[in-house]
Ligand binder design. Structure first.
Ligand code: URA
Length: 199
């Protein structure tokens, strides 16, 4: 039985997105997997310049196996679409591949079990820009305690284990925008920075 919590070096044999997907789908003993119906690996276009990493699948994602299809995912992808990046021009995934019970935030321990897989995922996709959607991916991957209200909108370099450095920006989570739509103009300004970077 394959177990979660492997080290990055345990993944050296994985070279392609398909191999990584098959590897993730073969886990049977992962803390979150037991509660979820589906493994939600990714969506959108694997050859896109932009890779978005969210927190975790929600109820709709767990039903369909597709990331960012629920209410907040739809808002996020509408905002990207309005900026010129519809679903087929972005690649989307999450920090965990399984829905946490009652949509709670994944714990640090749960996030640690998939951290190496997420790094491998970024390395394989090799996007031009990486967008971390909300506090959970931003704080985990940038290894910081700084909150999203301070982090969002600033370009940073994320260093991957293979030595590549990726232009990375944290943005607000769409669920936060649904609760505080006064932050939507900030989000739109951040999306314009992404567009400018890719122009
Ligand atoms: N849908 C996802 O798949 N992830 C999120 O972070 C939010 C909505």
């Amino acid at each position: 039985m394959l177990r979660c919590g492997m080290e990055y070096s345990d993944l050296n044999h994985i070279k392609t997105r398909e191999e990584l997907k098959a590897f993730v789908e073969s886990f049977e003993d992962c803390p979150l997997r037991q509660y979820a119906d589906k493994t939600v690996f990714s969506g959108g276009n694997p050859t896109a310049n932009i890779m978005l990493i969210g927190e975790a699948p929600g109820a709709e994602e767990d039903k369909t196996g597709e990331p960012f299809v629920g209410r907040s995912g739809q808002l996020l992808l509408k905002l990207f679409g309005d900026t010129g990046y519809p679903r087929d021009k972005v690649y989307i995934t999450n920090m965990t591949f399984w829905r946490p019970p009652e949509n709670r935030t994944p714990t640090k321990k749960e996030l640690a079990t998939t951290h190496a897989l997420v790094l491998k995922h970024i390395e394989i996709i090799a996007p031009k820009v990486l967008i971390l959607v909300g506090n959970v991916p931003a704080q985990t991957l940038l290894n910081t305690k700084i909150g999203i209200t301070k982090l969002h909108g600033a370009w940073q370099k994320l260093a991957l284990p293979n030595g590549t450095k990726i232009d990375t920006m944290a943005v607000y989570h769409p669920a936060y925008l649904l609760r505080n739509n006064t932050k939507t103009p900030d989000m739109v300004a951040d999306l314009e920075k992404i567009k400018a970077k890719l122009a």
